[in-house]
Structures are given as C-alpha cells and as structure tokens.
Design a protein around this ligand. Structure first.
Ligand SMILES: [Ca+2]
Ligand SMILES: [Ca+2]
Length: 176
C-alpha cells in the first residue's frame, strides 16, 4: 500500500486485515446459506414428488379396488337376477304344466260319462249290479255281491235298481 502512495499506519493495516477476514467469513456464510437453501429446495421437491407419487398410487389402488368391488357387485346382482328370473320362469312353467294336467270339473264329468259308456257293456243306458261290481272291482275295490248291492242302493237315487249316467257321474264326482 505504501507503493500506491498510501502510508497507512499499523492500526489501519490491521483494520484492513480484519475487514478482509470479515468479508471472507461473509462469503462462507453466503455459500452455506445457498447450500442449505438448495438442500431444502431439493428435499421439498423430493418430498412433494414422493407425496404426489404416493397419492397417485393410492388413488390408482383405490380406483382398482372400487372397480373390482363394482364389478363384483354387478356380477352378484346379475347372477341373483338371473337366478330369480330362472326360478320364477320355472315356477310359472311348472304351474302351467300342473294346471294343464289338472282337469276342470266339466272335464271330469265328460270323462266319467265316457267311462260310463264303456262300463255299460250291454248298452242299456244304465249299469246293473253286475256292471257296477265290475266297475268297483276295476277301481281296486274287490266287492262281494252283497257289498256291490249295498253300494248300488247308495248310488241309485231314483230306486229303479240300476245306475244311470247321471247317478254314476254324481256319485263319482263326490269321490273325485
Ligand atoms: Ca247296462
Ligand atoms: Ca237309478
């Protein structure tokens, strides 16, 4: 400094040295602050990225679970509906089939009148004791002559000794 024409005292030189030391300390502090700030920013960015990735993954997993649950629920509902529909259809068909086999009273009467014509072997228009006994035996009731006579009296409403078609139908309709 003396070469530059200045003539600082020892104290001034010491002050300058101290000042230089202060500047060096300041630069070091600035570098430390910058490094800390960079580290903080990097940490924040990493944390944010990790959080975002975790959130995205969780949302995707939740989304997949929701989709699986929805699919399972839909499949269960469809299966239940199909089973219910099949059961209802089967029941309806069964009822229709049963009803188709079930005879109305009118049908029963018609069939009994047709049977009467078959049992009336001598085509007299009535069943005598012999014919009636044959009918009853054919129905699984092996009756003696006396038992058949007793039944004939029960059926023979007009007491003419024979069973006409009307008496025959009325008697068997009560049984059927
Ligand atoms: Ca007859
Ligand atoms: Ca009669």
């Amino acid at each position: 400094m003396r070469a530059l024409g200045q003539n600082p005292t020892q104290k001034e030189l010491q002050d300058l040295m101290d000042k230089a030391d202060v500047d060096e300390d300041d630069e070091t502090k600035v570098v430390v602050v910058v490094v800390v700030e960079v580290v903080v920013v990097v940490v924040v960015v990493v944390v944010v990225v990790v959080v975002v990735v975790v959130v995205v993954v969780v949302v995707e997993i939740i989304g997949i679970i929701v989709v699986i649950v929805v699919v399972v629920v839909v499949v269960v509902v469809v299966v239940v509906v199909v089973v219910v529909v099949v059961v209802v259809v089967v029941v309806v068909i069964a009822v229709k089939v049963i009803n188709s086999f079930a005879l109305s009273p009118k049908d029963v009467e018609i069939q009994l009148r047709q049977a009467f014509l078959v049992f009336d072997r001598d085509k007299s228009g009535s069943l005598n004791l012999s014919e009636l006994r044959e009918v009853l035996c054919g129905m699984g009731e092996p009756l003696t002559q006396d038992e058949a006579s007793y039944v004939l009296k029960k059926i023979d409403k007009n007491n003419d000794g024979v069973v006409d078609a009307e008496e025959f139908v009325q008697f068997l309709c009560k049984i059927v």
